[in-house]
Design a protein around this ligand. Structure first.
Ligand code: HEC
Length: 160
């Protein structure tokens, strides 16, 4: 076993039995969304669209297979959504990358959603419990679609 593998195994052992921290969850979520540009999108949120509000002028939204297959109902454990925001409809680079990940038992009061916002290079702005005020307080306003605000009947009129 080489040194890197040994350290990896030691870290894995150390992690067993303890809950991952929000920083660890944020790092894992960033890894998990790798390649999200090829994930599915849901009407009318295909391609770059004007945002209802809150995420800048324009946004683009993706869902992984788990979330996409459950849209309209409760998203199962592990389901993820990624959102990029832009200043202009013809932008090529996002300002920020927003992630929602369903983690059973993570935070029942907030629908067991883990929220994180990253810069495009993957550095974390806010994540987990530190993101409740910045994210969940707004996303909690409609629980009928499991807090996915793009899935409301009238997403453009979302207000807080
Ligand atoms: C003021 C309200 C508000 C705040 C605060 C907010 N969002 Fe959103 N979010 C929305 C709305 C509205 C949509 C639907 C698309 C749109 O109109 O841009 C959305 C969509 C999303 C989506 C796409 C999945 C979906 O349909 O909900 C993700 C992912 C997301 N937000 C993550 C976040 C994260 C992470 C934060 C915190 C850093 C955050 N949001 C803060 C209002 C908000």
């Amino acid at each position: 076993m080489n040194r890197v593998m040994w350290i990896g195994a030691a870290l894995l052992l150390a992690a067993c039995g303890s809950e991952p921290t929000d920083d660890e969850l944020a790092a894992d979520a960033w890894d998990a969304i790798s390649g999200y540009e090829s994930w599915g999108q849901a009407d009318p949120w295909t391609g770059i669209q004007p945002s209802g509000r809150a995420h800048g002028a324009f946004v683009q939204i993706w869902f992984d297979d788990v979330a996409e297959g459950a849209l309209g109902g409760t998203i199962p454990d592990g389901g993820m959504s990624v959102k990029e925001n832009y200043d202009a409809a013809d932008a090529t680079e996002p300002n920020k990358v927003f992630v929602m990940q369903k983690i059973d038992g993570y935070d029942e009061a907030n629908g067991d959603w883990f929220y994180a916002r990253y810069s495009p290079d993957g550095s974390v702005d806010v994540a987990g419990q530190g993101a409740i005020t910045a994210c969940a307080d707004c996303h909690n306003t409609d629980t009928g679609v499991d807090r996915l605000l793009s899935q409301r009947d009238d997403p453009a009129t979302t207000d807080e």
